[in-house]
Design a protein. Structure first.
Length: 498
């Protein structure tokens, strides 16, 4: 037999053993290889999900860069609200009811005013994409002047009619006394609240989501500190109770308005406003363009807010425990709103900027990528909702009966996350294009016909109970997401002139 192999009798030489130093030397290399392999796998995965070309990678990076400050801002705002309500809760149920009821009329006013914010964001994004920073600043400046005048009027009317506001909400006498003082102390802050709302929308349209985030984080901390000092009278401050909470709101909102105006006045801002030019002459044609986008958006917000009020009234008829479970399940659902709002904001800014740059295909790609990121993040939240519904509910209550009734609702919410992600992000993209009328029609179909109609039928005809409202909510989001998807794919929004 030949001697070329082991069976032929030739014994191979043993491999030389690596010294300890050689092993240490080769370890970083193997670690780098593993890291490289993991990075390569991640690159392939993101390429498969979002596109492997250079433009897709750039849009993906910009989408995330715009979204994460909004997500963090919303998360910290939620923490601030929880702390705020916990402090008020120590004053008793009258204090909590007074603040809750006082805010309801102003939420509707805020929804009305958000139309101007949407129009401002869309036009700023379009001008920024076209490289016309001067026009972008003029749009922001004119909207801020209107916001200041609107805030002044609301502040004066609110202070004068504080008693009427709380009485209109049918508060009982002990709540009316406390609520009247809260409204009077809170209303002066409305002067700059609307300025802040418009300014943050304008900055986000220009691609700056970090400045609003940093200001909002600071304001939440200031409000909590002021609550600590003024509600309970700590560190030598007077104990003012609910009135102290109203003053804290006014202080934080006023400081926020001042801070955002300073940010817009800087020459190195992403959205510098030339106040001399803004104040020298009001451009009615430009304001008309803002309203052309803003009025349908305002109508959509009012329809949504009033529809939610009608929906709440339907559920309230089922009793206190049922409504408590319903409210807490909505609180759980709000955890997933944070990424949804973040990617909707990214879509608004990037779509508007790409259209301003005469790149409609890039605008559509921006919308699709933001939508996919929204589906991934909200879908992940849906999995967590399905697996751990009781644990999420226990964040807000330890009432076993309420948790038991809330568990099936949170599990329905889990399945709602996928259509809801589309229903968040796609209208955000359409707003960036100035296509706001479609949202008005879709809201009528989804909220007013599907959700309210199906809730009524399931509750009153089939006696389904509380879950009826949540099956109807799921159906509403499926319908709205389907209509928005059709609108996005038809592409007519790319041709809208603003």
């Amino acid at each position: 037999m030949g001697g070329g192999g082991f069976l032929g009798g030739v014994i191979p030489e043993p491999e030389a053993k690596q010294s300890g130093r050689e092993k240490l030397k080769s370890y970083p290399e193997s670690r780098k290889e593993r890291e490289s392999q993991h990075q390569s796998a991640l690159t392939r995965l993101t390429g498969w999900l979002f596109g492997a070309d250079a433009q897709s990678r750039l849009i993906l990076a910009r989408t995330w860069a715009l979204a994460w400050p909004v997500v963090l801002e919303q998360a910290l705002a939620m923490v601030g609200q929880v702390v705020d309500m916990a402090m008020l809760g120590r004053l008793g149920k009258e204090a909590v009811a007074a603040v809750g009821l006082s805010m309801q009329p102003f939420r509707l006013i805020q929804a009305t005013f958000m139309g101007l914010s949407v129009g401002t964001t869309a036009l700023v994004a379009r001008a920024t994409g076209a490289g016309n920073r001067e026009e972008a600043g003029q749009v922001a400046g004119q909207s801020i002047i209107i916001a200041l005048l609107f805030g002044l009027a609301i502040s004066i009317i609110g202070v004068i009619n504080a008693d009427w506001v709380i009485t209109f909400m049918k508060a009982e006498e002990p709540v009316r006394v406390v609520g009247r003082e809260y409204v009077r102390m809170m209303m002066p802050g409305m002067l700059l609240f609307f300025v802040f709302t418009i300014s943050t929308g304008a900055l986000r349209g220009a691609g700056d989501t970090r400045t609003p985030m940093m200001i909002n984080v600071s304001l939440n901390a200031i409000k909590v500190l002021c609550n600590y000092l003024l509600i309970f009278g700590n560190l030598g401050f007077p104990e003012m109770g609910v009135a102290g909470a109203g003053i804290s709101t006014t202080v934080s909102r006023s400081l926020g308005g001042i801070a955002i105006l300073i940010a817009l006045s800087r020459k190195n801002s992403k959205l510098p406003v030339n106040w001399k030019r803004v104040l020298s002459g009001f451009d009615l044609r430009l304001f008309g363009r803002i309203l052309n986008i803003g009025v349908p958006a305002m109508a959509e917000r009012v329809l949504t807010s009033s529809g939610q009020i009608a929906y709440a009234r339907q559920v309230a008829g089922l009793g206190t425990e049922a409504y408590a479970a319903h409210s807490l399940a909505l609180n759980v659902e709000s955890f997933s709103y944070m990424p949804g709002m973040g990617f909707a904001t990214s879509a608004t800014a990037l779509v508007g900027q790409r259209l301003g740059a005469k790149d409609p295909e890039g605008a559509e790609k921006s919308a699709i990528i933001a939508m996919k990121m929204g589906v991934l993040t909200m879908g992940t939240m849906g999995v967590l909702f399905f697996l751990f519904p009781a644990q999420f509910l226990s964040i807000f209550t330890n009432d076993a009966g309420v948790i038991a009734r809330g568990v099936p609702l949170v599990r329905i919410v889990a399945f709602t996350q996928f259509p809801e992600a589309l229903g968040f992000v796609i209208p955000g993209a359409l707003r960036g294009a100035g296509d706001t009328r479609i949202a008005m029609y879709v809201t009528v179909a989804g909220v007013w016909i599907m959700r309210l109609g199906l809730t009524y039928i399931l509750m009153n005809v089939f006696n389904v109970g509380l879950t009826a409202a949540w099956f109807a909510m799921f159906a509403d989001w499926v319908l709205r997401s389907a209509l928005y998807w059709v609108r996005l794919k038809r592409g007519k929004w790319k041709e809208i002139k603003v």
